[in-house]
Design a protein. Structure first.
Length: 75
């Protein structure tokens, strides 16, 4: 299983930043994001953090947990 499959298979009680962002994208943009994740999985956290803070108004505590590996859907 790759990173994308791991993230999509996870069932956290609160949606992961990745899942929250992905759910707001069009099908074409989701496909493009999936390619980015496959090719650049490590950069996903930086992308998700930046987008979440700007467009989803995610709290600093949630971002801290995500960066520290406490996000059950990503880690």
């Amino acid at each position: 299983m790759g990173l994308r499959d791991d993230v999509l298979a996870a069932k956290p009680s609160t949606p992961c930043l990745y899942q929250r962002i992905r759910s707001q994208l069009s099908p074409d943009d989701r496909a493009e994001l999936d390619v980015l994740i496959t090719d650049h999985g490590v950069a996903l956290h930086a992308i998700a953090t930046g987008l979440a803070k700007q467009s989803l108004k995610v709290s600093d505590d949630t971002l801290r947990k995500h960066r520290n590996g406490e996000c059950p859907a990503c880690h």
